[in-house]
Design a protein around this ligand. Structure first.
Ligand code: M6R
Length: 365
């Protein structure tokens, strides 16, 4: 059942504190404050490069993973959509690691990419939610997301648990490669263990987000989402979520790209969602908010108390999420963008769990 919620999507959004914790606990050692991956049939820390491959929301988890792995583990990471990857002629470094991310484990393009990578001598690691799936079976190794069954077509808890697994992979590889010291590992894994309770706090903003959805998003024809660094894939995810369930046209953009085109779209009819945790890129994103507002744009800012203080005079709405280590911000900031899409869709009266033209698993091209 829907556990008292109106839709599976709402139930699955609210399950996130629990399933994020479950997924983390499978790899976190609380006494040592270290992350331990299950035994793998290859050494993931010894690979010359990594390729992240997936579709849709899973691909956006992979993009966050790319940013994390490059920054903390110093490994070159390629990122690709499975549907593009499989029809290019991708050049693979022998002995590389290919990571496939999929909730269903049955996505046709992701599976085809996995088969290609096996032929090209890659170690194939699957991050999947369905342990009995084809991708789980055919990969050389699996890191499971423990999200439990996800029924709503819109991916929610699968995404945040994929991020948890990628964060753990990042920490484990960084330690093994000597790019992260013990103190940093303890700090980042400590930040991860706080995510379930911080996520529960985010869920408390549900009513406020519902009001914002109703007032500002339901009437909109186009919505823009902006972010930098690991908030850029979150902007893409926010836009994907909104369009697939509310049928409102939405685009995610790297905030620094605004001046290269999309700022021409801005006027008072276009809400602009800004994902801006306090991190080393915050001031840059803040100047983009300034530019949006100067052109009459309605900025809806997701940040923490410090960021809200800095931007509230500019923004139409500014929501203060709990302050967290920037490393774990993408996991937390996924939640309000899901809530925003959810409430807009409910308000528009669409079929939230089963949006038109979409299937839960895209098993044919
Ligand atoms: O089962 P998968 O994770 O491989 O599915 C990938 C995409 O089809 C999926 O994430 C899709 O983009 C979602 N409906 C987005 O909410």
């Amino acid at each position: 059942g829907k556990g008292g919620h109106r839709h599976f999507m709402a139930k699955e959004i609210f399950e996130q504190p629990q399933v994020i914790g479950d997924t983390l606990n499978a790899m976190f050692n609380p006494t040592e404050r270290t992350i331990t991956l299950p035994p793998l049939p290859f050494d993931p820390a010894a690979v010359p490069r990594i390729t992240m491959i997936a579709c849709g929301t899973a691909s956006l988890a992979g993009m966050v993973g790319k940013y994390w792995l490059e920054q903390h583990a110093g490994i070159p990471v390629d990122w690709d959509l499975a549907s593009e990857f499989r029809y290019r002629a991708p050049v693979m470094t022998e002995g590389g690691l290919a990571v496939f991310i999929s909730q269903s484990g049955e996505t046709a393009d992701t599976l085809a990419a996995l088969r290609y990578c096996k032929q090209k001598g890659q170690h194939c690691l699957a991050i999947v939610n369905s342990p009995e799936s084809t991708i789980a079976r055919e990969a050389h190794a699996v890191l499971p997301t423990l999200a439990g069954p996800e029924i709503g077509v819109a991916s929610t808890k699968a995404f945040t648990t994929q991020l948890v697994v990628l964060a753990c992979l990042t920490i484990a590889l960084a330690r093994a490669r000597g790019t992260m010291d013990r103190a940093t590992e303890a700090r980042l894994s400590g930040a991860l263990t706080e995510v379930p309770s911080r996520a529960a706090e985010v869920l408390n903003h549900d009513e406020r987000i519902r009001e914002i959805a109703q007032e500002t998003f339901t009437p909109a024809r186009d919505v823009l989402y902006l972010g930098r660094g690991t908030s850029y894939p979150l902007a893409l995810e926010g836009a994907l979520k909104l369009k697939e369930i509310s049928y409102i046209h939405a685009e995610g953009y790297a905030a620094g790209e605004m001046k290269h085109g999309p700022i021409a779209l801005i006027d008072e009819t276009v809400p602009v969602v800004v994902i801006a945790p306090s991190d080393e890129l915050f001031e840059k994103t803040a100047s983009n908010v300034q530019e949006v507002v100067a052109r009459g744009g309605k900025a809806v800012v997701f940040s923490d108390a410090a960021g809200v203080e800095r931007l509230k005079h500019l923004a139409l709405e500014a929501i203060a999420l709990p302050a967290v280590d920037p490393f774990v911000a993408p996991i937390l900031y996924a939640i309000p963008v899901q809530q925003l899409a959810y409430h807009t869709a409910v308000d528009k009266g669409t079929d939230v769990d089963q949006p038109r033209n979409l299937a839960k698993a895209v098993t044919v091209e």
